[in-house]
Design a protein around this ligand. Structure first.
Ligand SMILES: [Mg+2]
Length: 337
């Protein structure tokens, strides 16, 4: 099994770019000093980037390279979903140790490329560099949105409905359960939650169709946890939010994990978790249009609270009692807390 050192940079780059075929919107692809792109008329470009570092954002014992590549693509695709943008072009940079296997590198790239391709985007370039410590991969993704039609975090107003896709908290629960298992162990009992952590899907198709309803006034994807990400959206919009726990969608897997981990269900739902679900502020008059779109996509869309004038987050318990909520989520520099 050849390593990067065995083959050398030129041969590894040749293999990485071997079967790139011409793609729409690419005037000049990989192989020159830079790619030349051809955006659609009447659109604005939307750009995002995300880096995964070995040991911090992915655990090799749990995630084969192909899966890690797919998840890195999902993290970026999810950001474009939160902007209601259509993904087009990506740049992939990798820092790898010389003793790593070339096949692992190719698999990581393939995982990213396949996931991007499903949503219409192609890798048009990148960079390969040698590291001695933790390996990493960084993806930059460009997308398009009809001019002026992008979503932001800042459009929520008091009275708007708070909606979430799927069942946030599952990825964080999966990670917490994985920590109890032997590295890479199979656990049919917890497979659904482990998959939510290891194989998240971006809500792109849903986002693009929701955008066409005109009902969404602000959006953000859940990459650190609902409480933390919702707090950021509220701050950007200059509003607060009240979460109604009684209206949260039932999730028997999450309830079972809550019991097994000894962690309150609310803490799993709202705490640190990179689910890549969407948090949305919805015009109350257009709730039904959003529900129709979500049903068509087979994605759960829960209306779990509302935006209010008073800043901060609060939780309305099933009995009616309202409690302040301190945002907890994943902070890259503090860890969880
Ligand atoms: Mg984001």
């Amino acid at each position: 099994v050849p390593t990067l050192r065995d083959l050398g940079e030129i041969e590894v780059l040749r293999r990485l770019t071997a079967d790139r075929s011409p793609a729409a919107g690419v005037a000049l692809g990989p192989g020159d000093d830079a790619a030349v792109l051809d955006p659609s008329p009447g659109t604005e470009l939307v750009a995002t980037t995300d880096a995964f570092v070995e040991g911090a954002h992915y655990l090799p014992a749990w995630s084969a390279p192909e899966r890690t590549g797919a998840r890195l693509a999902t993290a970026n695709l999810s950001d474009l979903a939160a902007m209601a943008a259509t993904p087009r072009w990506a740049l992939l940079s990798i820092g790898a140790r010389p003793e790593s296997e070339v096949d692992a590198l190719l698999a990581l790239q393939r995982g990213a490329e396949d996931r991007l391709a499903r949503f219409g985007a192609v890798v048009v370039g990148g960079n390969l560099t040698s590291v001695s410590g933790a390996e990493w991969a960084s993806l930059t993704l460009l997308g398009e949105v009809p001019a002026g039609r992008y979503w932001t975090r800042s459009g929520a107003r008091p009275g708007d409905l708070l909606a979430i896709t799927g069942s946030p908290g599952r990825a964080g629960a999966g990670l917490a359960l994985a920590r109890r298992l032997e590295a890479g162990a199979r656990s049919p009992e917890w497979q659904a939650l482990l998959d939510a952590w290891l194989e998240p899907e971006p809500r792109l198709d849903l986002a693009l169709d929701l955008a066409s309803t005109g009902a969404v006034k602000a959006a953000m994807d859940v990459s650190d946890g609902v409480a933390q990400d919702l707090a950021r959206l509220c701050e950007a919009s200059g509003v607060g939010a009240e979460i109604a726990t009684g209206e949260w969608p039932d999730d028997s897997e999450l309830a079972r994990a809550s019991h097994s981990l000894g962690v309150p269900l609310e803490a799993l739902r709202l705490g640190p978790s990179d689910d890549y679900e969407l948090v949305l502020a919805v015009d109350p008059k257009r709730r039904a249009a959003c529900e129709d779109v979500a049903a068509r996509h087979g994605v759960a869309l829960g209306f779990v609270g509302r935006f209010i004038e008073e800043s901060g987050l609060s939780v309305r318990l099933a009995g009616g009692e309202v409690r302040a909520l301190r945002p907890k989520g994943y902070d890259a520099f503090e860890g969880e807390g």
